[in-house]
Design a protein around this ligand. Structure first.
Ligand SMILES: *Cc1c(COP(=O)(O)O)cnc(C)c1O
Length: 380
C-alpha cells in the first residue's frame, strides 16, 4: 500500500470491543490475566499498551521497518539507545547536529567514559579514518538542525556495514514522507515525533523504528528496562497527527521553498541554507536521497546579530519560539535559543553564529507568511 493509505490504516482497524473506528485511549496501567500463568496480549503499560502499539505499528509501516517503539520524548528515545554504552566503547557522531543530542552525548554519555568522537560525516575519508575496533555506533542526522547539511546515507552505511558498526539516523527534519533511511541501509531510525510526525505542537514524543528482529528485541528490552515509553493519551494524539502527515509535508515543503527563494533575492539576506535551492552545495544529493525538503531551514542576515534581533522582534505572524514541524510558522535564533546549550567554540566551529535565523514554515498561505517577513525586514 502507498504512504497516504498506510498513514490512515496501519496499526489499527475498528476496535474489537465496540467497533470504535479510531484507536481508543487505553488509559490503564495494568491488564487482567486470563488465569494463572495466562497473560493476555498486554500485561503492564510500561511493557506495552494497545494505544501505543497502534502508533508503533503505524510508524514502522511508514518507515518501511518491521518494529516501531514509541518514547516519551525524542530525547527519551536517544537516551534509551545511548545509555547502555560504557567505558571502552567508541561512538562516531556527526559533528553538526541538534543541540540537545550534543548535550546528552557530552554531558551524560561521555562522562561515563564513553569515547564520543565528532566527525564530519560529509567527508567519507574522515568516516573511514575514524572507525576503530571499539567503534560501536555511527550517529547521523540529515538534514542537520539548523545548518541543513546532508549526509550521504548510502555511502556512510556501506562503510559502517563493512566494519559491522551500527548506524542510527535522526530523521526528524524530513519524516518518513520525504526520507526513508532504512531503505538506504541505516539500522535504526529515530524521531522526535514532537515535530512533523505529530505536527500540531501539542505533544512531546519520540520514536525508534528498526527492520531487524534481534535489534527489535534489544530496543524493546531497553524501552521496558528504562521505562522511557510514552503514555496512551500522547500516543493517541500523535496517531491522529500522523494521518495527515503526507498532506502537511507537501504544504510545508511548498511554502518553505517559496519563502527560501524569496529570501535568496532579499538584499538584507547574506545566504539561505535550504537543500532545495541550486545554491545549496549538496543539492544533487538532496535530489537523490530525499523526495522533498521539509519545512524548516535557516538563513543568514547581512547585518549580523543586531539585524537578526530586529527581524525576530518585528515578525507578527511567525511566532518567536523553539521547536519546529507544527502547522503554525515559528522563527528562532539558534545561537541564543535551541543551540545555547553548546559551548560557544562548538557553535562557532559549526558556524551556528549569531547572524543565523531558523524558520519552521507552517501550512498557512505562503503569501501571508511572505508579507509578514516583508514588513519585518522593512523594520530592520
Ligand atoms: C527536537 C529534536 C530532538 C529532541 O526531541 P524532543 O522531542 O524535544 O525530546 C532530537 N532531534 C532533532 C533533530 C530535533 O529537532
Amino acid at each position: 500500500m502507498q504512504f497516504k493509505t498506510l498513514a490512515i490504516h496501519s496499526g489499527h482497524g475498528p476496535d474489537p470491543a465496540y467497533g470504535a473506528v479510531m484507536q481508543p485511549i487505553y488509559q490503564t496501567s495494568t491488564f487482567a490475566f486470563k488465569g494463572v500463568n495466562e497473560p493476555g496480549p498486554f500485561d503492564y503499560s510500561r511493557s506495552g499498551n494497545p494505544t501505543r502499539k497502534a502508533l508503533e505499528d503505524c510508524l514502522a509501516a511508514l518507515e518501511g521497518g518491521t518494529h516501531g517503539f514509541v518514547f516519551a520524548t525524542g530525547m527519551a528515545a536517544e537516551s534509551s539507545l545511548l545509555l547502555p554504552y560504557g567505558a571502552g566503547d567508541h561512538l562516531i557522531v556527526h559533528d553538526d547536529l541538534y543541540g540537545g543530542t550534543y548535550r546528552l552525548l557530552m554531558d551524560v554519555v561521555a562522562k561515563k567514559g564513553v569515547d564520543v568522537e565528532f566527525v564530519n560525516l560529509r567527508e567519507l575519508d574522515h568516516v573511514r579514518a575514524a572507525i576503530r575496533p571499539e567503534t560501536r555506533l555511527i550517529w547521523i542526522e540529515t538534514p542537520t538542525n539548523p545548518l541543513m547539511n546532508l549526509v550521504d546515507l548510502e555511502a556512510v552505511t556501506s562503510i559502517a556495514r563493512e566494519h559491522k558498526v551500527t548506524t542510527v539516523c535522526d530523521n526528524t527534519f524530513l519524516s518518513p514522507y520525504f526520507q526513508r533511511p532504512l531503505d538506504l541501509g541505516v539500522d535504526i531510525v529515530l524521531h522526535s515525533t514532537t515535530k512533523y510526525i505529530n505536527g500540531h505542537s501539542d505533544v512531546v514524543g519520540g520514536a525508534v523504528v528498526v527492520k531487524d528482529e534481534a535489534m527489535a528485541e534489544y530496543v524493546d528490552f531497553l524501552l521496558n528496562a528504562m521505562g522511557t515509553c510514552a503514555g496512551p493519551q500522547d500516543c493517541f494524539l500523535v496517531l491522529r497527527g500522523v494521518k495527515t502527515l503526507a498532506l502537511r509535508m507537501e504544504e510545508h515543503n511548498r511554502n518553505a521553498l517559496a519563502i527560501a527563494q524569496w529570501l535568496e533575492n532579499h538584499p538584507k539576506v547574506r545566504s539561505v541554507l535550504h537543500p532545495g535551492l541550486t545554491s545549496h552545495p549538496q543539492h544533487e544529493l538532496a535530489q537523490r536521497q530525499m523526495t522533498g525538503y521539509g519545512g524548516t531551514f535557516s538563513f543568514r542576515m547581512k547585518g549580523g546579530e543586531a539585524e537578526a534581533f530586529r527581524l525576530l522582534s518585528s515578525v507578527k505572524l511567525f511566532t518567536l519560539a523553539e521547536s519546529l514541524g507544527g502547522v503554525e510558522s515559528l522563527i528562532e535564533h539558534p545561537w541564543s535559543m535551541t543551540h545555547a546549550s553548546m559551548p560557544e567554540e562548538a557553535r562557532e566551529k559549526m558556524t551556528i553564529t549569531s547572524d543565523l535565523i531558523r524558520i519552521s514554515v507552517g501550512i498557512e498561505d505562503s503569501r501571508d507568511l511572505i508579507a509578514d517577513l516583508d514588513q519585518a525586514f522593512s523594520a530592520v
